[in-house]
Design a protein around this ligand. Structure first.
Ligand code: NDP
Length: 308
């Protein structure tokens, strides 16, 4: 069985950054990229808020750069997804694609989170062409235009408020007649003159043509069907952390996010660390994921010094 000092699961900003730091520290990390090499960022186009790129950077180029940077210091970056784990004792056992099992002295879980979508074929068709699950990433492209946000939670309110600062008009599509969001958030939304809340409405279809999204077809609880013209359609109906595989072993919160301890990336199992969106229900940015990847690698380095 192959033995690894530091095994990293996840090919997003958190995983690659962990690999950069772990390889420079001599931990000879092995990183498996999982199902979505490059992570959630690759579902967007240009990243304009990652420091150091004043003209913005193509999301795939940014992730390629991180991958190459990790490889240049000796990290072994591999295609493959962890399909089972045994974290009952060190070394931890991790099986990749149901075939090869590795023994890992330390493990960094950076498997990310997946934005929830409604599951409509039209939504899938226009993904990246007006359909987005990240207003902070893509909102800027809709300056002066009309957009819609689906959801009634804190994320939906926050995204609607962010978009209201950029766009001409923001529709919020809420399936009930109340928000799930906190009172403070609700008040901000009600105070924004260019946000219109469409209560008791569900999305039937995302409308569009060769240029991308042109509108949304909605259905009210009463059965009335109507269209609204918009250029952007933002999903904010929650995220699902990719922690299912680890949940039997690691402490998670009620939504499944892996719990880390204080200002470290330590999980409830010594030697296992978590970084990026799989442990972050709040910030969910490439830069914050990268930062926690750095911390996880440094935590793993310290752990090996103290326990080897
Ligand atoms: P939530 O689960 O809190 O809210 C999801 C929203 O999407 C709800 O309004 C829900 O409706 C709606 N929804 C879910 N599925 C569908 C669907 N299929 N069709 C239409 N609407 C749907 O997720 P959030 O991402 O908003 O928040 C996650 C956590 O992060 C929360 O604890 C939140 O408080 C926190 N957070 C805090 C922030 C802050 O403090 N600044 C900012 C962002 C998030 P319904 O209510 O009917 O179920």
């Amino acid at each position: 069985m192959a033995k690894v000092r530091c095994l990293i699961l996840g090919g997003g900003p958190a995983g690659y950054t962990a690999a950069i730091y772990a390889s420079r520290a001599g931990l000879e990390p092995v990183l498996y990229e999982g199902m979505e090499p490059g992570g959630q960022l690759t579902t967007t186009t240009v990243v304009e808020n990652f420091p150091g790129f004043p003209g913005g950077i193509d999301a795939n180029s940014l992730m390629d750069g991180m991958r190459k940077q990790a490889g240049s210091f000796g990290a072994s970056i591999r295609r493959g997804t962890a399909t089972s784990v045994d974290l009952s004792e060190r070394p931890f056992k991790v099986t990749i694609d149901g075939k090869e099992t590795l023994e890992a002295e330390t493990l960094i879980v950076a498997t990310g989170a997946t934005a929830k979508y409604l599951g409509l074929p039209s939504e899938e068709k226009f993904r990246g062409l007006g359909v987005s699950a990240c207003a902070t990433c893509d909102g800027f492209f809709y300056r002066g235009k009309d957009v819609a946000v689906v959801g009634g939670g804190d994320t939906a309110c926050e995204e609607a408020l962010y978009l209201a600062g950029l766009c001409r008009k923001v529709y919020m599509i809420v399936r009930r007649d109340v928000f799930r969001a906190s009172k403070a958030m609700q008040e901000k939304v009600f105070g924004a003159s260019n946000i219109e809340v469409l209560w008791k409405c569900q999305t039937r279809e995302v409308l569009g043509d060769d240029s991308g999204v042109t509108g949304v077809r909605l259905v009210r609880e009463s059965g009335e069907v109507f269209d609204i013209p918009v250029d952007g359609f933002f999903l904010a109906i929650g995220h699902h952390p990719n922690s299912d595989l680890f949940a039997p072993w690691l402490e998670t919160d009620e939504k499944g996010y892996i719990v880390t301890s204080g200002k470290t990336q330590e999980t409830s199992v010594p030697g296992v660390f978590a970084a990026g969106d799989v442990q972050d229900p709040v910030y969910r940015q490439a830069i914050t994921a990268a930062a926690t990847g750095c911390r996880a690698a440094r935590d793993a380095e310290r752990f090996l010094l103290e326990n080897d």
